[in-house]
Write a protein that binds this ligand. Structure first.
Ligand code: MN
Ligand code: MN
Length: 319
């Protein structure tokens, strides 16, 4: 039997503004036996109870899907043709408990255990950055410790937030403590603004992370940097975690904790395209908050960055 290859619904079959808005107008696959045929699954995690300032990321997955309807299959810049060789679908949202963080985290980990067990590479539509912790816990069980490419305005390595150990600003400290990361293969890009202390980013450096502060990225192409990043994080499985607030609020205002002086959308594409060749085992796009996204541009950007992630996954053919 030929391999099943789901295709995005074309713009001439149903108007792009019509129909049910799944990610990239792909089929919504729910049955376990059909999920087993998938190589890649887009997953929504509508969590926002881990945010510390402006909430609203619970609406992220829906709005990213709505803004993804114009994305066409072929990447005209890189030649990537993900739908020619991989079976890809939207596998829906994780039914988090919005009243109980501990429960929500447990539900997310369990959902990703199943997704990974089925052999699906998860590309996640967030949700606030708390969701990356349970995803990495599940990934560790499947792949062992991973390298990490983390794009963000913030290091997310706080010991606690308001006394809570699990929140969107503590994710990567917990990941280190729980031994989920191969710390010598971690890069954080886009960090900026003010710290609680002058040493905030040094905690990351002490773990062995390469920290690329936003100022190091200003006014230039990041393609040369990505050569260094590939050398640092390569040699094993890698996870890609993209906090949309890594991008400047001029392009991505719809987020909870915006910081000026951020990356451009072009640099974001250079970063993701620069991950080509890495052994990526999953990725997420987090912190899109539609209530603060009056034009829809932040969700549009998020949808396109998820497409770019899809294009650099192992096994994608190029034309
Ligand atoms: Mn973050
Ligand atoms: Mn952030």
């Amino acid at each position: 039997m030929d391999k099943i290859l789901h295709q995005p619904l074309g713009g001439n079959e149903m108007p792009r503004f019509g129909g049910i808005a799944t990610m990239m107008r792909l089929p919504h696959i729910q049955k376990t036996e059909e999920k087993r045929e998938l190589d890649v699954g887009f997953v929504g995690v509508p969590l926002d109870i881990g945010t510390s300032l402006r909430s609203g990321t619970r609406f992220g997955p829906r709005e990213i899907r709505a803004q993804s309807v114009m994305i066409r299959p072929y990447n005209m810049a890189t030649g990537a043709a993900p739908f020619d060789s991989l079976n890809i679908a939207d596998i829906g949202d994780v039914p988090i408990n919005t009243f109980n963080m501990a429960e929500a985290i447990r539900i997310i980990e369990e959902a990703y255990d199943e997704i990974l067990e089925l052999g699906i590479i998860p590309l996640t539509l967030g949700g606030d950055h708390t969701i990356t912790l349970p995803i990495l816990r599940a990934i560790k069980k499947k792949h062992g410790k991973v390298g990490l490419v983390h794009i963000d305005a913030h290091a997310d390595v706080n010991d606690h937030m308001f006394g809570e150990k699990i929140a969107h600003g503590t994710t990567f400290r917990r990941a280190v403590e729980e031994d989920l990361l191969d710390c010598d293969r971690v890069v954080q890009i886009g960090l900026r603004a003010q710290g609680y202390t002058a040493e905030d980013f040094n905690w990351s450096r002490k773990q062995g992370f390469r920290v690329v502060q936003a100022e190091e990225c200003w006014h230039k192409s990041l393609t040369p940097l990505m050569e260094e990043v590939r050398a640092k994080v390569g040699g094993g499985p890698v996870y890609l975690s993209f906090d949309i607030d890594g991008i400047d609020p001029a392009w991505a205002p719809g987020t909870g904790t915006p910081e000026i002086g951020g990356l451009t959308t072009i640099q974001a594409m250079e970063i993701i395209r620069g991950c080509q060749g890495l052994q990526l085992v999953g990725g997420d796009l987090v912190e899109v908050s539609p209530p603060y996204d009056t034009t829809g541009n932040t969700s549009l950007l998020g949808a396109n960055l998820l497409y770019e992630m899809l294009c650099v996954l192992p096994g994608v053919q190029h034309r």
